[in-house]
Design a protein around this ligand. Structure first.
Ligand code: HEC
Length: 167
């Protein structure tokens, strides 16, 4: 009897350890002093700068915050045509917080924007990201317009089409 109780307790302990604690529905996943701090953290771990800030990965992230998230004039070429990472600093000023949530929840966005991943963020997370980017103010120029397949780009592009081996 004792042994059974012991194994049951051990099993309960093991199963508790095997999965990460889930945040309650609707709660932010991030504990931060305020929404802007949470947003700053989510933008960093969500890799938003890698595409929305020119040269961010190449600079090892050493780009002043005031200059980040202004979009890229280097396009992403694929079967979808050419997509340009949006200037989020301008977007955050021209869109309401609700509009921002709506965009990230349901606007069809071209690759390589990680829509599937971001749509799984809680609404609070999306609002925290908006508040952070909004707090940075307006900066930069609008990104070039996306191009449909077959239209020759007038900017440099990163080719995301797989290249077969030469031999
Ligand atoms: C791998 C590259 C990549 C990453 C990482 C990325 N984005 Fe994007 N994002 C893009 C591209 C490209 C577009 C343009 C898509 C289009 O025009 O359809 C875009 C579009 C958007 C838009 C829509 C703008 C509009 O025109 O309505 C928002 C908002 C956005 N990104 C926010 C984010 C946030 C927030 C993160 C981080 C959590 C992020 N992105 C991470 C590449 C990326």
């Amino acid at each position: 009897m004792r042994w059974i109780m012991f194994t049951a307790a051990a099993a309960a302990l093991l199963s508790a350890c095997s999965k990460p604690a889930e945040a309650p529905a609707g709660q932010p996943h991030v504990v931060a002093a305020n929404d802007i701090e949470a947003g700053r953290y989510l933008v960093m771990v969500g890799s938003c700068n890698d595409c929305h800030t020119e040269g961010f990965p190449q600079a090892g992230g050493n780009i002043p915050e005031a200059e980040r998230l202004t979009g890229r004039a280097i396009g992403y070429l694929g079967p979808w045509g050419v997509s340009y990472a949006t200037n989020l600093r301008l977007l955050a000023q021209s869109t309401t917080e609700d509009g921002w949530v709506e965009i990230l929840r349901s606007k069809p966005l071209l690759p390589p924007m990680p829509t599937q991943n971001i749509s799984k963020m809680t609404e609070k997370d999306l609002r925290a990201i908006y508040r952070y980017i909004h707090s940075l103010g307006e900066a930069g120029q609008p990104e070039p317009d996306n191009l449909p397949p077959g239209v020759e780009p007038r900017t440099p592009v990163e080719n995301l089409v797989p290249v077969p081996p030469r031999a």
